[in-house]
Design a protein around this ligand. Structure first.
Ligand code: DC
Length: 227
């Protein structure tokens, strides 16, 4: 059955410019914006605050089974009714979310929640597996890439601007990105990969404005065909 509105899937590794671009494009189109990375992050931080170790599959499974997650109109993210928005952008959340997102039972629950949110349509959903697993029938699929070096520089600047982890060097951040890329692409459950029908955009040499313009072009082109 056709949805009431289109689903746009934007995938790629961390630091490829996905989040900022997806948020701005969603605002321009009047679509909802869903950051699925924020869901993995908030889930991981919530589990850790419950005292659950990322390696303790049995306890984590029980926590995962009925966990509820939602976004409000301001883009705040809630886990079981609690607001996690301001606790998910730390290097610890980077690591924990990367660890728990390798687990099939975690992905199964979060994918279920993501489909429930996206099913209404008129949504830009951003992540790693949106075009391949969550919405393989998305109306538009875009895959953003950038060199590891440039992604580490962007993340370093972002942390400085937000005054988070001031002591972290650029080399340390690059190592973290390499490690997460490895886990994202090598995991057996829904590894990061481009859907065959996704439009590839390399953002290494592009400003955010340029990426945004290209993404808008692709979406406008495809949505003309959307009925
Ligand atoms: O995009 P991000 O860095 O905020 O994502 C945080 C972690 O969640 C990252 O290690 C990859 C994982 N993730 C995932 O496995 N699938 C998604 N759809 C989104 C994020």
């Amino acid at each position: 059955m056709r949805r009431k509105g289109p689903v746009v899937a934007i995938d790629g590794p961390s630091g490829s410019g996905k989040s900022t671009v997806s948020r701005n494009v969603a605002r321009k189109l009047g679509f909802r914006y869903v950051d699925t990375g924020a869901m993995y992050r908030a889930f991981a931080v919530a589990a850790s605050e419950e005292g659950i170790e990322a390696e303790d599959d049995e306890t984590l499974k029980r926590f995962t089974e009925n966990v509820e997650m939602s976004f409000d109109d301001n883009g705040h993210i809630y886990v079981d009714g609690r607001d996690y928005t301001h606790r998910i952008r730390t290097p610890l959340a980077d690591r924990l979310s990367s660890l728990v997102s390798t687990k099939g039972f975690v992905r199964e629950r979060l994918v279920f929640l993501q489909r429930r949110i996206g099913e209404e349509g008129c949504v830009i959903m951003e992540g790693r597996d949106i075009g391949t697993v969550v919405f393989p029938d998305a109306d538009v699929k875009i895959f953003l890439v950038a060199s590891q070096k440039v992604r580490a520089e962007r993340r370093y600047r972002e942390l400085k601007e937000k005054k988070i982890a001031q002591g972290a060097s650029q080399e340390y951040i690059l190592k973290g990105i390499e490690e997460r890329d490895r886990r994202d692409t090598e995991r057996s459950h829904s590894p990061l990969r481009r859907a065959e029908d996704a439009v590839l955009i390399d953002t290494t040499e592009l400003s955010l404005e340029e990426v945004e313009r290209k993404v808008m072009e692709v979406i406008r082109g495809r949505l003309k065909e959307w009925k």
